[in-house]
Design a protein around this ligand. Sequence first.
Ligand code: NAP
Length: 308
Amino acid sequence: MSHQVVIIGSGPAGLTAAIYTARANLSPLVIEGWQSGGQLTTTTEVENYPGFTHGIMGPELMNAMRRQAERFGAQFMAGDVSRVNFRRHPFELIVEDEQTVQAMTVIIATGASPVQLGLSNERRLTGHGVSTCATCDGFFFRGKDLVVVGGGDSAMEEAIFLTKFATSVTIVHRRDKLRASKIMQDRAMKNEKIRFLWNSVVEDILGQDTVTGVRLRNVVTGSVLEVPCAGVFIAIGHRPNTTLFAGQLAMDERGYLRTYNGTATSVPGVFAAGDVQDSKYRQAITAAGSGCMAAIDAERFLETLEHR
Ligand code: NAP
């Protein structure tokens, strides 16, 4: 039997699409992905999601969205989609290389993943001092000196959070101006445990079994500096999770899904919402908003199928 709507991903976009399509009696199936609840499950307090005067913890927000979707009858399936076939209709999705799921419409909400620096020691020492998630790993660095790489909101947020545990946090940024919003910049700059190293890139991460430091190069002067630290948190942006759709859906040069006239992708009946198609706003609330749009677009597409 073919599902009316299958949603790939369970972040704010996927869960909002689930709430709307479930309320429209379309019995959506949500294939959750390896990180159920998406990126917000790795953050602490979300202060800018409307409706929560004093903020809400990321995992709590995602949990509430999921329960809301379940209340209206959304079904959840654990696991990752390993392959899709959008060349036939109903569409076909293979979950965890074994189970086949058929769908009349698909809403893609697979989000984005943290970008890595691409150093071989970064890969080798991941989980041994190298991390992309302060909320997951910060606790292990009580009383240590840490380095955060990046100049955006994520880097500021990670650094501020890490000061709860660390003795000091050094933010290493490749330019002399931050990309982060003013409010996050101010908070980081006011924090006595945080210092900045400007115009600097990480050339190598040092350490045998665990991280012992980083080697930095100043891109203006060319000078090299070794900074001892017990952990390196990489916060240099995100890449859309679209490998699965290569060759089947139109993407821009950075791999974001192209959407047309709302949330439609290049294949009729396949819609995209959230960070997987948004390189500009990338907020929980915009992801949720586009999840709602995708649900409405999917519902209208199903109506046109009925009339054919
Ligand atoms: P981002 O805004 O794209 O910032 C990435 C940062 O990493 C930039 O400063 C960039 O430098 C640097 N960078 C990129 N590649 C690098 C490399 N190979 N080596 C060294 N540095 C590199 O990403 P983000 O901070 O993850 O934020 C993503 C979105 O989420 C933004 O829209 C942000 O506002 C939002 N966000 C919001 C909050 C909040 O409101 N509390 C928290 C987190 C994220 P350049 O500046 O030189 O390009």
